[in-house]
Design a binder for this molecule. Structure first.
Ligand SMILES: Nc1nc2c(ncn2[C@@H]2O[C@H](COP(=O)(O)OP(=O)(O)OP(=O)(O)O)[C@@H](O)[C@H]2O)c(=O)[nH]1
Length: 241
């Protein structure tokens, strides 16, 4: 008889697994800390962070005091952070399942991708829903460039809108550009300095959680990342996958 594991439990009966991906420094850890601050009083939560060689993001979140420290665990992904969220999700899945077993019953587990290139997305085998984060400091044309995360993540966050005037980018235009490539999927313009924008983000999470609990949430795959190379990964200097 097969052993019963957490992953074999009916999806709606286990916590919602939410992935947060996006390029380095766009504000993923800060967004997750904010969600914890806003939601941890009403929801049972845990977080898995991914870093290439360190547990830096986990330490930052622990230091922020937004969750009991034992509910924040780090997975060190090695050189290819996107592999751990897309091609071989086992280390992340084990970390998620351990948290779900240890702190049952949880409502929400957030997995933060190690900052990676513009096209890394989560496998639906790891998360039920995913947020892709870009920021205005990355340039106004990022939204128009598209890619699987920008076009098809369940939510696109255009972050750090407060920086728009300082970097010569119009956040509203960036949202319009992003919306035009997303075929109706939601976009939230976010700033840590704008409480209403945080309300929008929190409302989206509540909406998805309700859908998940009702059994109506079907994890969608934004699609694979573009083929890319890692200089120096290989004897011949490059490794493409
Ligand atoms: N002005 C402004 N700065 C922000 C905002 N959100 C985050 N930041 C800053 O952006 C920097 C990067 O934020 P992080 O949350 O560490 O970004 P990250 O995407 O987790 O970074 P990696 O884990 O290195 O990929 C920090 O200095 C944050 O304080 C925002 O809304 N406005």
């Amino acid at each position: 008889m097969p052993e019963t594991t957490v992953s074999s439990i009916n999806q709606a009966e286990r916590p919602l697994r939410l992935g947060v991906a996006g390029p380095v420094g766009t504000g993923k850890s800060t967004l997750i800390a904010t969600l914890c601050r806003r939601l941890a009083e009403s929801l049972e939560m845990a977080v898995v962070t991914n870093d290439i060689y360190t547990d830096e993001d986990a330490r930052l979140l622990r230091a922020a005091g937004v969750l009991p420290v034992e509910r924040i665990v780090a997975v060190e992904t090695g050189a290819c952070p996107h592999t751990a969220i897309r091609d071989d999700v086992t280390p992340n899945l084990l970390a998620v399942e351990d948290l779900e077993a240890e702190f049952a019953p949880l409502d929400l587990v957030i997995v933060e991708s190690g900052g990676d290139n513009l096209t890394a997305t989560f496998s639906p085998a790891l998360v039920d829903t995913q947020i892709f984060v870009i920021d205005v400091a990355g340039g106004g044309d990022v939204a128009r460039k598209g890619g699987p995360g920008i076009e098809r993540a369940d939510l696109l966050v255009v972050n750090k809108t407060d920086l728009g005037p300082h970097v010569g980018v119009d956040p509203a235009q960036m949202v319009t550009d992003a919306s035009s490539v997303r075929g109706g999927l939601p976009v939230v313009a976010l700033s840590q300095r704008d409480e209403e924008s945080i309300d929008d983000l929190v409302a989206w999470v509540h909406g998805v959680l309700a859908e998940h609990r009702g059994g109506a949430l079907v994890p969608a795959d934004p699609g694979p990342m573009a083929p890319h190379s890692h200089a120096g990964d290989h004897d011949h200097g490059e490794h493409t996958h």
